[in-house]
Structures are given as structure tokens and as C-alpha cells.
Design a protein around this ligand. Structure first.
Ligand SMILES: [Zn+2]
Length: 278
């Protein structure tokens, strides 16, 4: 499932084709979009942004199209002269003078007045969006100390969109490893220095994944893993998908755990448990 950085890059791609353009034609064969001819057609696209894993397209009509791809939705951007071929179900199609932007298969789509965007239940429940420039690592550190967060395990916190919006499975393993946090440790088990490292890693690793197309390690680390012939799913990360191999930091074996069926890879030496379980 794409995580916050992948959705933000999709928003950038769609924004390049649509922002500042008038929607000249289109199709909206989805029940919740039956007012689209009135609210989208002939209007300018003002902005395309993402919040966590949701996409928001705002129009000069004062309305916003909200969509969430879940596991199966997909966006495509083509020149409008290009033939497209898909077996997926078309949900929305926006034609400008140059481009055709289409949304396929998604089922969570709504048109809402832009002023009422924040009332969308999914957005209302979200924690701070890690990729939002206003959410600094200082703010994230304060958030780690909040009551509803403080006693939850790292493995839980790094996936729960109500705690930190935009994170997901690969980011979870990578952030905890970069910060040296054991997946079973909770913020309340840790000293200030560890919380500071954790908050910094949440921001930096997610930002890097956004800028570097899903790569969570520094360039030179990725290059040397690549030079050893590793596949992309491995060279782009420090621990995720590197289980049963030596940790790139300390050489100890990377282990795999499962939390609610989702895999988490970590290094027991770089991420020793701080919590006293005696
Ligand atoms: Zn290690």
C-alpha cells in the first residue's frame, strides 16, 4: 500500500497537469460525483494536495474532490492525445487543453465545499501529517509526549494514522531503526534524547522517502548496496526487507517480527529494548 510520500508524489504529478487549468471536459461515472458537471466542468483547478493518504483537488467553484485510494485505487496522467488502456473502472476523468488525468477503481470519493473539507470523517481522525512543512520535529516530539500517544508501542504508533498521519509499513521499520527505538518500546519508556532522535527520524526519513522516491537511506548507502547486486526492494532501505541479513550499521542480524499480521524488520543491537519488563 502506498504511504504518505507516494501519495504526495502522485499529488505533485497530478498538480503539474491540472493546477491553473480549466477542466474542459471529463467523465465522472461514480454515484458520489453526480454533481461534477456543475461543480467541476468549466472550473479552474486551484490546487492538488495530499493529506496522509487522501488526495484533495480544489476547484474555483469553491468545491473540493476528496478521494482515498485504499488498496486498489490508481491515478494516471497522460497527454490527452495518448490512448489509454485499462481494465480498471473509471471513476473520474479530468481533461484540460493538454492532459487527461484519471482516477481508477477507488471507491472512497466525495465532493464537498472546500470550507467544509476538515469535516470529512477520515481527515477529522488524522494525527499530524508528517509531510506538512508546519509539522516540525519539535512539534512531533511534543506529540510523542501526549497522553493518548505516550503509552503506545512504537510498532503501533508508527502505523496508526490517528497518531502520525502518512506513515506506513516500510516507514515504520526504517524510522524505528534510524532512531534506535525497539518496536515494543513506548515513549514513556524513553529519555529525552531518545524521544528527540525518534521525532527527528519521523520527519527526516519520511521527507527523504518523499524526495528520493521511496529511498530511506542516504545516497552512498543505497549505492554501495546496489553495487553488491541487491534488488531495489532491499537497497532502498536500511532494515525493511533486509531480514536475515547483516545490519548495515552494526553487522548484527536483522530480525523480522509481525504485529497484527504486518511485518516489521529491526536490528536487536541498534534497537535494544529500554523498557524494563521485569
Ligand atoms: Zn544494527
Amino acid at each position: 500500500m502506498p504511504e504518505g510520500p507516494e501519495i504526495r508524489r502522485a499529488a505533485d504529478r497530478i498538480g503539474k497537469a491540472l493546477v491553473g487549468k480549466v477542466v474542459l471536459d471529463g467523465h465522472w461515472p461514480f454515484p458520489s460525483l453526480n454533481q461534477a458537471d456543475e461543480l467541476i466542468l468549466g472550473h479552474e483547478v486551484l490546487s492538488v494536495t495530499s493529506r496522509a493518504k487522501a488526495m484533495l483537488i480544489r476547484f474555483s467553484s469553491g468545491w473540493t474532490m476528496y478521494s482515498h485510494n485504499q488498496l486498489y485505487g490508481r491515478w494516471t496522467v497522460h497527454l490527452k492525445t495518448t490512448d489509454h488502456n485499462s481494465r480498471r473502472s473509471l471513476r473520474a476523468e479530468f481533461m484540460t487543453d493538454k492532459h487527461a488525468v484519471r482516477l481508477w477503481s477507488a471507491t472512497d470519493i466525495q465532493l464537498v465545499p472546500t470550507a467544509e473539507e476538515n469535516g470529512i470523517p477520515f481527515l477529522q481522525r488524522l494525527g499530524p501529517d508528517v509531510l506538512d512543512p508546519a509539522i516540525t520535529s519539535t512539534k512531533l516530539q511534543a506529540h510523542l509526549r501526549e497522553k493518548k500517544i505516550y503509552r503506545k508501542k512504537g510498532a503501533t504508533l508508527m502505523l496508526d494514522q490517528r497518531c502520525f498521519a502518512g506513515l506506513g509499513n516500510y516507514l515504520r521499520s526504517e524510522i524505528l531503526h534510524a532512531a534506535g527505538i525497539h518496536p515494543d518500546d513506548r515513549p514513556c519508556d524513553l529519555d529525552d534524547e531518545s524521544l528527540d532522535r525518534w521525532a527527528t527520524a519521523i520527519k527526516e526519513i519520511t521527507q527523504r522517502a518523499y524526495l528520493e522516491k521511496g529511498v530511506t537511506v542516504p545516497k552512498e548507502v543505497a549505492l554501495s548496496s546496489k553495487a553488491r547486486g541487491e534488488p531495489r526492494r532491499m537497497w532502498r532501505h536500511a532494515v525493511f526487507c533486509r531480514n536475515d541479513r547483516p545490519c548495515l550499521t552494526c553487522g548484527d542480524l536483522v530480525l523480522r517480527k509481525r504485529y497484527a499480521g504486518r511485518r516489521l524488520d529491526y536490528c536487536p543491537s541498534c534497537q535494544p529494548a529500554r523498557r524494563d519488563r521485569s
